[in-house]
Design a binder for this molecule. Structure first.
Ligand code: UT7
Length: 332
């Protein structure tokens, strides 16, 4: 019997309606549309407004739509993994809350925290459950309400992030389609450049942590940039070489959307023309665990069965990696 492969058999995403434009940001902090477009490539990002709405709302909408689109009953799902660093609460897991909201009752579920590489780490984890034969219908959702940890008085971080969720259905596929290979890395010493200082067990919330604005993203942008630009390009090139893929073989690069300059460098390193690179950073910004499924969802109608895709990401941790996918279905 051949190897069981995990194939993506459906994709959906969800973004909130509110668009926070560069123009509006320039009234909040000392920045400009020109600076943000030149240095990062973002024009607007979606924000989940309203009281009592956490990341699970983003995930719920993405997953509900995925179930409808793929004609799958919630009862059929036997595992749901939610990649996020902005869970509704410290516990329970946001994955559990999403399951409850959409009526998934026959599954186990958990959150996975790998920041901007979260979707790749979760995708590979979900795939391993399918490949081992232990589970047959797995949902992997990347969801982050980044606006909940973004300091809108800090011009160096507030233009970067947005809110979104994207979800895929994984099922056992034909032998030669699906998740073909992965390379995933972590280097915990990168923590000092990108983290959230307070709110965890190391430094629980207090008046002092709130006053010091320590519940917001801390990032040393230039240092992260240097690691990201090399690591993401290297790992994408490595997975190509390991699978004897040339630029001609590859239909699409699906990169994490943190900075257009990092995306361009990765595409160049792989020898890909710009038209083979999925880009939507301009409209959504960096939505952390959601960027890659959000791209796949937007480009779904262009994807054909057998297309070779390289997914690549870099994020807090540091975490980074690449997954080689052979797309398993034609546009419906
Ligand atoms: O997804 C998770 C991983 N994260 C990343 O991959 C992010 C990696 N880093 C980056 O994308 C970039 O470093 C940033 C977009 C965060 C910043 O771009 P940069 O080209 O590295 O800018 P910089 O930090 O070197 O700042 C250059 C200048 C500084 O002014 P001076 O010191 O040269 O006078 C900043 O104060 O730009 C200034 N600046 C701004 N100016 C206008 C920083 N933020 C802004 C702003 N508007 N929003």
């Amino acid at each position: 019997m051949g190897k069981i492969r995990a194939a993506i058999t459906g994709i959906n995403a969800w973004v909130p309606e509110y668009r926070l434009t560069n123009h509006e940001l320039s009234k909040m902090v000392d920045t400009s549309d020109e600076w943000i477009m030149q240095r990062v490539g973002i024009r607007e990002r979606r924000i989940l407004k309203g009281e009592g709405l956490g990341t699970s709302v983003l995930g719920e909408n993405a997953v509900r739509g995925l179930l409808e689109k793929t004609g799958t009953s919630p009862d059929e799902i036997d595992l749901l993994i939610c990649a996020t660093v902005t869970g509704d609460m410290m516990f329970p897991a946001t994955a559990n809350i999403i399951c409850d909201k959409v009526g998934i009752k026959n599954a186990f579920s958990f959150d996975l925290a790998a920041a901007c590489s979260g979707f790749l780490f979760a995708l590979q984890t979900g795939a391993a459950y399918i490949e081992s034969g232990q589970r047959r219908k797995v949902i992997v959702v990347g969801a982050d309400k980044m606006s909940s940890i973004t300091d809108y008085t800090d011009r160096t971080t507030c233009p970067l992030f947005g809110d979104a969720a994207g979800a895929v259905l994984l099922e056992p596929g034909e032998e030669d389609f699906g998740i073909m290979d992965h390379i995933l890395h972590v280097d915990g010493s990168g923590k000092k450049y990108l983290h959230l200082k307070a709110g965890g067990s190391l430094k629980p919330a207090s008046h002092e942590t709130v006053d010091a604005r320590e519940h917001f993203i801390y990032q040393e942008g230039q240092s992260v940039f240097k690691f990201a630009v090399v690591s993401m390009a290297d790992v994408a090139a490595e997975i190509m070489e390991r699978n004897n893929l040339t630029a001609d073989d590859i239909a699409w690069l699906v990169p994490h959307q943190a900075n257009l300059r990092i995306i361009d460098a990765t595409g160049r390193r792989m020898g890909l023309p710009p038209e083979k690179v999925m880009i939507n950073i301009e409209h959504f910004g960096n939505t952390t665990a959601a960027t890659i499924p959000l791209c796949l969802w937007e480009y779904e109608s262009k994807l054909k069965k057998g297309d070779k895709l390289i997914l690549a990401a870099f994020g807090g941790g540091f975490t980074w990696g690449s997954i080689y996918v052979k797309w398993a279905y034609d546009p419906k």
